[in-house]
Design a protein around this ligand. Structure first.
Ligand code: NCD
Length: 314
């Protein structure tokens, strides 16, 4: 058994072997998802609850589809509308959940650390679907699978992560994962959007796209997280696009076969030019969505195996 984790709360605690095990299994699930009959019973009899305390379209849909394809009973609880508005604490939410006997709990929350806290209080496997600015592990894993399939390897690549690093859990999880797999990671963006101390993360920091993208294998663009900003981070969207938005001229500094990624949702014309995003010769944005379902199937399958083993051992 090479995947020992009880929960998937972040990339930080994962060993490179666990990452590779998960990606190998996800590769198998890509095959299943492309088949005429897309069904397995890996999670049959198990209950999966998706709890999203923050808006999400693609991540929630991806987890829901992943659970259904593996035969779980899947329930979505939209939490923005309900209990938190009424003042329920996270601990009460956990107690309520325990009474429903879920096996897999998928949680997105606006506060960093909230998902870890919940994991300590519930009797099931917890998957972090994004907590504040902290981590978004399945996004980094789906990005890794996309890169590995496009480039044929997941080591010794030069990867530029560009834009709003400061507010991005996607950037954080990717920096951790790509570093563990021994890639060279560059952060590119205006100083206001690069977190203080980033130089200590084992990355190179650039304030200029031409320099930052030079000879890169992968260009990963990030959404400008306007909802997490309280003003003053960028002069204007027009100016931001001019300096940091990915267009053909800036992409020309990367390797000829460099791939373009974006976790979605995209602000076209702000961090990325629409024609680059849609260029099927460069952009792997649609593949990222496809890999997302497969990676989430693999993650839930592995966690369910560990859960069953733990329960069997009392
Ligand atoms: C990301 C997120 O929510 O952190 N999106 C996603 O998972 N689909 C990135 C983002 O919101 O920009």
């Amino acid at each position: 058994m090479t995947f020992r984790a009880r929960h998937l709360l972040g990339i930080e605690p994962l060993h490179p072997v666990e990452i590779t095990t998960l990606l190998d299994l996800a590769d198998d699930y890509v095959g299943l998802n492309r088949a005429a009959v897309k069904h397995s019973d890996a999670l049959a009899g198990l209950t999966q609850i998706n709890m999203f305390f923050e808006n999400s379209t693609r991540t929630q849909a991806s987890f829901e589809l992943a659970g259904k394809r593996l035969g779980a009973d899947v329930m979505n609880m939209s939490m923005q509308a309900s209990s938190i508005k009424k003042g329920e604490t996270l601990i009460d939410t956990a107690l309520t959940l325990n009474a429903m006997h879920p096996d897999l709990l998928v949680v997105r929350h606006p506060h960093s650390g909230a998902v870890d806290l919940l994991a300590q209080k519930v009797n099931c496997a917890v998957l972090n679907a994004g907590d504040g600015r902290h981590e978004h592990p399945t996004q980094a894993l789906l990005d890794a699978l996309t890169i590995r399939r496009a480039k044929g390897r997941l080591h010794r690549l030069t990867i530029a992560i560009c834009g709003d690093i400061a507010h991005s859990r996607v950037a954080r999880s990717n920096i951790l994962l790509l570093g563990k797999m021994e890639n060279r990671v560059r952060l590119v963006g205006p100083p206001t959007l690069i977190p203080a101390g980033a130089e200590d993360w084992g990355v190179e920091v650039y304030g200029d796209m031409a320099e930052g993208l030079k000879d890169c294998d992968v260009v990963m663009m990030l959404r400008l997280q306007k909802e997490r900003m309280d003003g003053g981070f960028i002069p204007s969207e027009r100016e931001y696009f001019h300096r940091f938005g990915l267009d053909a001229a800036k992409l020309a500094h990367a390797k000829d076969d460099a791939i373009v990624m974006h976790p979605g949702p995209m602000n076209r014309g702000v961090e990325i030019d629409g024609t680059i995003a849609d260029d099927i010769n460069r952009s792997v944005i649609q593949e990222q969505v496809e890999m997302g379902v497969a990676v989430r199937m693999a993650a839930m399958d592995l966690l369910a195996l560990n859960l069953r083993e733990a329960r069997a051992n009392g």
